[in-house]
Design a protein around this ligand. Structure first.
Ligand code: NAP
Length: 242
């Protein structure tokens, strides 16, 4: 059975992606950081539909934890292939630049950008060996156009966009595609407290998106049918950025 790893696969957009990839026939490694209950719910929802899933806890921004938990899994499952990697886990700590303490800068860069390096590097050798793979990075509208109050978050996501384009060029000839999906406002815990009423008039589709609407695009990019698409950023934002 082929595996897909979804970081931050336990809640929100990551949960919708995990469910969708399980429907596509992948055994899903559902990563989470602290909320074990939500991770267990996602695993149970996949199993209820006849799919295969397993929760795996590690902090994506910690080199040691990634190496121990994910490296450990790879070492213990040499016969299994991780064919799809979705770098989805992310946090935001919004503040005006003038008010932003160093911790808010570093923790967001560490979780959203450094994680890309730690995890992708570990998974990549298996994909190179198989001469096949799909890497999909969940970025953000903020990383495409920038957003006031989000210099840290925007920098982290823009960094992943540039890394996506660079890595796509490095490994295209090995049958591995690398793409990014950039959501706008999506209804998850991350946007709790942001008023849809207040922002809907700026969005051509006049509403926030659902996690499943992002998962559809990730699912397509993970499919065999997306074999000639690489280095792309696909916006899923209801037309907000035009
Ligand atoms: P969410 O509802 O807050 O869920 C975040 C997920 O990431 C949870 O599964 C969480 O696990 C996990 N996570 C957070 N920090 C982690 C860490 N250090 N290590 C491992 N897992 C970690 O967020 P979301 O809205 O679904 O966002 C998913 C991705 O989409 C993020 O990269 C976000 O930046 C991006 N995005 C979201 C929106 C939006 O409007 N929602 C818009 C643009 C981009 P725990 O519960 O265990 O902490």
């Amino acid at each position: 059975m082929k595996y897909a790893l979804v970081t931050g696969g336990s809640r929100g957009i990551g949960r919708a992606i995990s469910l969708k990839l399980a429907e596509q026939g992948y055994a899903v490694l559902v990563n989470y950081n602290s909320n074990e209950t939500e991770a267990a719910k996602t695993v149970a929802a996949i199993q209820l539909k006849g799919g295969t899933a397993q929760a795996i806890r590690f902090n994506v921004g910690s080199k040691e934890e990634v190496s121990n938990a994910l490296g450990g899994w790879i070492e213990a499952n040499k016969d299994k292939v991780i064919e799809v990697l979705v770098n989805n886990a992310g946090i935001r700590k919004d503040n005006l630049m003038m008010m932003m303490p160093e911790e808010e800068w570093h923790s967001v860069i560490q979780t959203n950008l450094d994680s890309f390096y730690y995890i992708t590097k570990l998974i990549l050798s298996g994909m190179l060996f198989q001469r096949y793979g799909r890497i999909i990075n969940v970025v953000s509208l903020s990383g495409v156009k920038g957003m006031a109050g989000q210099t840290n978050y925007s920098a982290s996501k823009a960094g992943v966009i540039a890394a996506t384009k660079s890595l796509a060029q490095e490994i295209g000839r090995r049958g591995i595609t690398v793409n990014a999906v950039a959501p706008g406002f999506i209804k998850t815990d991350m946007t709790e407290g942001i008023s849809e009423q207040q922002y809907r008039n700026f969005i051509p589709m006049q509403r926030f998106g659902e996690p499943e609407e992002v998962a559809e695009v990730v699912s397509f990019l993970a499919s065999k049918g997306a074999s000639y698409i690489t280095g792309e950023v696909m916006n899923v934002n209801g037309g907000l950025y035009t």
